[in-house]
Design a protein around this ligand. Structure first.
Ligand SMILES: [Zn+2]
Length: 137
């Protein structure tokens, strides 16, 4: 089960990040948690690890307008994409989520609560941070 605390600290890896989160970010995380937990429950996925949850303003990694920065995204460890492949458009729509295309998430699944729900999107390609996994060195 994901919790707001797990998402605030990326499973305890970054305990100081929680101090940056205001009520809006915490509310966003609570909403995201509920949706992702419901999706994982339907998929029968019992335990997951958070590779990246909330990113405070000091975090350099990732896109500046990333949903992670407003508490609307989570990356779950998903080597082999066993979870990601089962997150179909239909299920994403049902749980009001989107996910990033597998081509851009080498060992994780990115789920977020931004619209349009049900979409499987590609990140901004102009940033070389987001080269396809197969294009990275
Ligand atoms: Zn992500």
């Amino acid at each position: 089960m994901l919790t707001v605390d797990r998402l605030l600290t990326s499973d305890g890896k970054f305990p100081k990040r929680a101090a940056f989160a205001d009520d809006t970010i915490k509310a966003n995380l609570a909403l995201l948690c509920g949706r992702v937990n419901a999706l994982l429950s339907e998929l029968g996925v019992g335990s997951v690890r958070v590779s990246s949850g909330y990113r405070d303003p000091s975090v350099k990694k990732g896109a500046l307008k990333s949903a992670h920065r407003v508490g609307m995204a989570v990356d779950l460890v998903d080597a082999g994409h066993a979870i990601s492949r089962r997150c179909t458009k239909e299920l994403l729509l049902k749980y009001q989520l989107r996910r990033e295309d597998d081509d851009y998430t080498a060992t994780w699944v990115h789920l977020d609560s931004r619209m349009p729900y049900g979409s499987i999107f590609k990140p901004w390609l102009e940033s070389n941070r987001y080269l396809r996994a197969s294009e990275r060195g």
